[in-house]
Design a protein around this ligand. Structure first.
Ligand SMILES: CNc1ncnc2c1ncn2[C@@H]1O[C@H](COP(=O)(O)OP(=O)(O)OP(=O)(O)O)[C@@H](O)[C@H]1O
Length: 172
């Protein structure tokens, strides 16, 4: 049984709209150690806040360039995450997967690039929600996750799978 949500999701609106990208190539995933801002010190994908007038896709390509100096090729949105936070503004995050990029990842003031084998993802150094949806993304399935945080802890969650129709169809 799912406990009742502490949030009224029907009227919930995020103050921040953001993006995340996971690039997977040759059995490895490109992650970053975030050096500043929300989640500094944690491992995540590149991404950040959507600028006014920007689409989520434009944002994720721009943020990946700014943070790692590479250009993601054909990112596909597979997920949406809604975070109700206790001590920072609430976030709606669009999550993308890409299989290729151009350029060489470099460390910047915002991020340090880190490659991990797909079987070796450091979930213990990531946000606590990630383990619930990153394996779904890596399976190329779509998802909609909602998480209520108290500080760094998840106190309520819901994950819906296969929630989007992907116009490009499954890749395998
Ligand atoms: C709560 N559980 C969470 N789980 C997984 N990922 C989370 C997250 N909470 C935030 N994120 C992501 O972290 C990035 C930085 O967030 P964001 O608000 O943009 O902060 P940041 O200070 O870096 O902003 P800018 O660099 O100025 O865009 C952004 O991609 C956002 O989607």
């Amino acid at each position: 049984m799912t406990p009742p949500s502490p949030i009224d999701w029907a009227s919930w609106r995020a103050e921040i709209h953001a993006t995340l990208l996971f690039i997977v190539r040759d059995g490895e995933i490109l992650l970053i150690e975030k050096k500043r801002g929300l989640g500094a010190g944690k491992i995540n994908g590149p991404g950040g806040k959507i600028d006014p007038g920007e689409t989520p896709l434009e944002c994720v390509v721009r943020e990946t360039r700014e943070e790692l100096g590479i250009t993601a090729k054909r990112p596909r949105k597979l997920g949406e995450l809604h975070f109700a936070m206790s001590d920072v503004p609430d976030i709606l995050c669009h999550v993308f997967l890409a299989r290729d990029f151009s350029g060489q990842p470099v460390e910047t003031e915002e991020a340090k690039p880190l490659w991990y084998k797909l079987g070796d993802i450091p979930y213990e150094r990531m946000w606590k929600d990630d383990i619930h949806w990153l394996p779904v993304l890596l399976d190329e399935r779509s998802f909609h996750g909602r998480f209520v945080f108290e500080g760094e802890e998840v106190v309520w969650q819901d994950m819906q799978l296969d929630t989007y129709w992907d116009p490009e169809g499954p890749r395998h």
